[in-house]
Design a protein around this ligand. Structure first.
Ligand code: ACM
Length: 462
């Protein structure tokens, strides 16, 4: 298959321009002479065929999601009211294609989340992972534990205002996501990243552990040291933990994840498990075993950051999310590899897939801890199945691009960090492995940037 000259991201599996045929120009732009057939015989539920002739447009899709993706492709093909005569046959490489938004460090209102869903869905992402809790705030109202939002949601990082989602907000996000064929994956991060829980339930929180990393972060970025009972507005990580071996903590986990399961239609609940620097490894393992069992008992599939793979008794269905580097650091690949024989892996290597890394050293937005600036070439130049030796490629469920919000205060910041690198991750997640082509990708990105800008998306000027 040759690279498509058309401005399509992610690149479809097959694009055939109809030689000699004139572009299609509908007389009335609001009537495209579009026929849509949904039939399982046309492929998997996300597969589609799009045919444009001088007379009109035909879509055949394996399911409603496929028809939706055909329309996203169609939107990228339109130029000055014309469509090229083309036949596109397309289906995703990976079943899991995700973006993540951290709404804990900086709370993001419902409209921002909905807009980010629209951006992601236009690039054929099908999962939105919401990082709903962290040291800086708890963002989802739960009937079983109302104190969480009452006492732990009003601030954000940098001392900015906080916020939380009511049950109505949650329903609005879920419905908007579903209308774009996006599954929401909520994360309640435990046992670490839980300073905010201690504002509502001091008796559940262990004392903060102030490591050299915490001191270094505070020295570099400010924000002060975390103090029990006071909102934390800095950026340090790894100092907080829920208590271990405490029946009140067990009740808390059971209340939170049982309610979360009840109000979440998708199959996954993310339990976090990252950066528990102050926790004894044996205590950590018991905790992760317990929380993944609680989630599995609700009927959902647990997801955990890859460190959790070290816990021998983790629920066997648990999916791991890998966030170390393309070249794993010593000790990071073994726990990740353990998910190969559990629920499989979602790949989010921080040095290429973290959209909150700086795109340019001079930008005030973004961080640099994941090996410095992440360029478009970095974001595009990696292969998800080649990172963890010994993991069967079939056990790689897909790819996710997280966007942490230490520096991202609003939608404009989110867009500037995400675009255009989000297109690179979309293409890695969707397009056939053999189709990757850096020069073609650069040309297609350049063509789409002007459209994205015209649509009002804030994109940094190179
Ligand atoms: C992470 O970046 N701590 C998952």
């Amino acid at each position: 298959m040759s690279a498509s000259p058309l401005p399509l991201i992610p690149l479809p599996a097959s694009v055939t321009l109809t030689e000699g045929a004139a572009p299609y120009r509908p007389a009335d732009p609001s009537d495209l002479h579009l026929t849509v057939t949904v039939d399982a015989a046309a492929g998997g539920p996300e597969a589609y065929m799009l045919r444009i002739t001088e007379r009109g447009i035909q879509i055949m899709a394996g399911g409603p999601a496929g028809a939706f993706y055909a329309r996203q492709t169609l939107a990228q093909l339109e130029h000055d009211g014309e469509y090229p005569a083309v036949v596109i046959e397309d289906a995703p490489r990976f079943a899991y294609r995700g973006v993540m938004l951290d709404v804990a460090r900086h709370f993001q209102p419902v409209e921002t989340v909905k807009t980010y869903i629209d951006h992601a869905a236009s690039l054929k992402f099908n999962h939105l992972h919401l990082h709903l809790t962290d040291d800086q705030g708890w963002r989802l109202a739960l009937d079983s534990r109302p104190a969480l939002v009452e006492k732990a949601s009003t601030t954000s990082a940098l001392g900015d205002p906080g916020g939380h989602y009511t049950r109505e907000d949650w329903t609005e996000i879920l419905e908007h996501a579903a209308s774009r064929h996006v599954t929401v994956v909520p994360e309640i991060d435990v046992p670490g990243h839980t300073h905010a829980v201690g504002l509502a339930y001091p008796e559940l929180a262990a004392d903060p552990v102030i490591s050299d990393l915490v001191l270094e972060t505070v020295e570099t970025f400010g924000g002060g040291l975390p103090l029990p009972g006071h909102p934390y507005t800095g950026w340090a990580v790894g100092f907080s933990s829920l208590k271990h071996d405490d029946p009140e903590v067990d009740r808390f986990l059971s209340d939170v994840f049982t309610e979360l399961a009840r109000i979440t239609p998708g199959p996954y609940l993310h339990v976090g498990g990252d950066e528990c620097h102050g926790t004894d490894p044996a205590d950590y393992a018991v905790f992760l075993e317990k929380v993944t069992a609680i989630v599995a008992a609700t009927g959902k599939t647990p997801v955990a950051w890859h460190e959790a793979g070290a816990a021998a008794g983790l629920h066997p269905a648990t999916v791991g999310q890998y966030w170390n580097y393309v070249q794993p650091e010593p000790g990071q690949d073994a726990p990740a590899r353990a998910f190969g024989s559990r629920g499989g892996l979602i790949m989010s290597p921080a040095d290429v897939a973290y959209l909150d890394m700086k795109f340019d050293a001079d930008s005030p937005l973004g961080l640099t801890w994941a090996k410095g600036v992440t360029t478009m070439q970095d974001a595009y130049g990696w292969e998800p199945t080649a990172i963890l030796d010994g993991v069967d490629p079939d056990r790689i469920l897909g790819v996710e691009a997280p966007l942490w919000s230490e520096t991202a205060r609003d939608l404009a910041d989110i867009e500037q960090l995400a675009f255009p690198r989000i297109g690179a991750i979309a293409e890695i997640a969707w397009s056939p492995a053999g189709a990757h082509d850096a020069a073609g990708f650069e040309a297609r990105t350049a063509a789409l940037i002007s459209r994205w800008k015209a649509a009002g998306i804030r994109i940094p000027t190179p």
